[in-house]
Design a protein around this ligand. Structure first.
Ligand SMILES: Nc1ncnc2c1ncn2[C@@H]1O[C@H](COP(=O)(O)OP(=O)(O)OP(=O)(O)O)[C@@H](O)[C@H]1O
Ligand SMILES: [Mg+2]
Length: 348
């Protein structure tokens, strides 16, 4: 299947400049980091105009990211990943995956003249199940491919190769990965579905219960969360505006927001402790003192401190957060692309 605008791979003998790219394919945001040129980020939405009127109004055959979300009422809107897995049960869903990846590649190679080698990081759950969909999506434009789990890409990029654990808190999933000086296998990884989307759903439910007459929606609560998220004691009361019966009113949502953010904690503690406990006892203390949080959800205030305190019950613990959660996955995938020996690449 071809997608309009998707870069075509350079054919025959006239291959252009070669370029390594790291791609982080996420449920809510996807990013690309090229070995030369600038990085790009897009919200993981793809939308096609619903009919000829919307096509005319929008003036584009397909919209991506924030622009697609903004015009969602005139679009058939797709989020290609859900719960950390690529959805491709219909042609349109596969097309949405193709279009999103094509859009990212186009930002680094608009003319499709370069010979691209791509490392794609996906949520751990998607690894086996979604390989085919990703391969199909890039086969027209990429020469060599490797698909890795996102927490592994983050760990590699940050240089945490031994006795460390990466916890990537995304929208669809929280992915856990232990690094012990080798490429991690399935045993070293876990996935929990209680991630950012779950917080949004909990917050929406709590607010609609409290204000049944409000017309609050999931995108509004996500914005509140991204601005004010916290666990534990709030630094200040959280006051936001949303309409009741069509009229804007200020509401104090501190308690609801705190509870919604804390709803991911039990699974977070449990998976972290369980994965470390399974490991060789001689190394457990070292891993527990080298836990790294990544992903958009790592920005929740107080989260690292809470996880550290919970893990201290088992022994000494230290939890830190990556400095650039938005690009840590794509940067790590790019670092892997640069270092990857030939036998790991799949030629396309
Ligand atoms: N400041 C913030 N506080 C809390 N949550 C945030 C913040 N900023 C972003 N998020 C949340 O982080 C999640 C997105 O993180 P990220 O971009 O790492 O996920 P993703 O890679 O798209 O998802 P996944 O890895 O599950 O596929 C979303 O749920 C988003 O609402
Ligand atoms: Mg992610």
């Amino acid at each position: 299947m071809t997608v309009k605008g998707k870069p075509k791979k350079a054919s025959g003998g006239s291959k252009g400049e070669s370029l390594n790219v790291g791609i982080d394919l996420g449920t809510s945001r996807s990013a690309i980091a090229p070995s030369k040129g600038s990085r790009h980020l897009v919200d993981s939405y793809v939308g096609w105009p619903k009919d000829f009127v919307s096509a005319r109004v929008l003036g584009k055959p397909v919209l991506f990211g924030a622009e697609a979300l903004e015009h969602r009422l005139s679009l058939d809107l797709y989020r290609p990943l859900q719960h950390g897995v690529i959805k491709e049960t219909t042609d349109r869903e596969q097309e949405a995956v193709d279009a999103l990846i094509g859009h990212l590649l186009e930002t680094v190679d608009p003319e499709g003249k370069k010979s691209l080698r791509a490392v794609v990081g996906v949520p751990a759950q998607a690894l086996t199940q979604s390989k085919l969909a990703i391969r199909n999506a890039v086969s027209d434009s990429v020469d060599a491919l490797m698909i890795v789990s996102e927490p592994f890409a983050v760990a590699y990029g940050q240089g945490f190769l031994d006795n460390a654990m990466v916890v990537d808190i995304g929208a669809g999933t929280v992915d856990f990965c232990i690094m012990h000086g080798t490429v991690p296998n399935d045993e070293d990884q876990r996935t929990s579905l209680k991630a950012g989307d779950h917080i949004d759903e909990e917050l929406l439910e709590a607010l609609t219960d409290r204000y049944p007459e409000s017309s609050i929606n999931i995108n509004m609560v996500r914005e509140f969360k991204e601005r004010w998220s916290f666990v534990g004691k709030p630094e200040r009361r959280v006051q936001v505006e949303f309409p009741i019966d069509g009229k804007m009113v200020t509401h104090d949502i501190t308690d609801e927001l705190g509870r919604a953010c804390e709803s991911i904690l039990p699974a977070l503690y449990e998976h972290t402790a369980e994965l470390i406990a399974k490991f060789d006892p001689q190394f457990q203390d070292a891993i527990r003192q080298n836990i790294i949080l990544a992903g958009g959800g790592s920005q929740i205030r107080g989260l690292a401190e809470h996880l550290e305190k919970a893990m201290t019950e088992y022994g000494p613990a230290k939890v830190t957060t990556v400095s650039d959660p938005i690009y840590a996955g794509a940067d790590g995938a790019l670092a892997l692309a640069k270092d990857m020996p030939a036998e790991y690449w799949e030629e396309l």
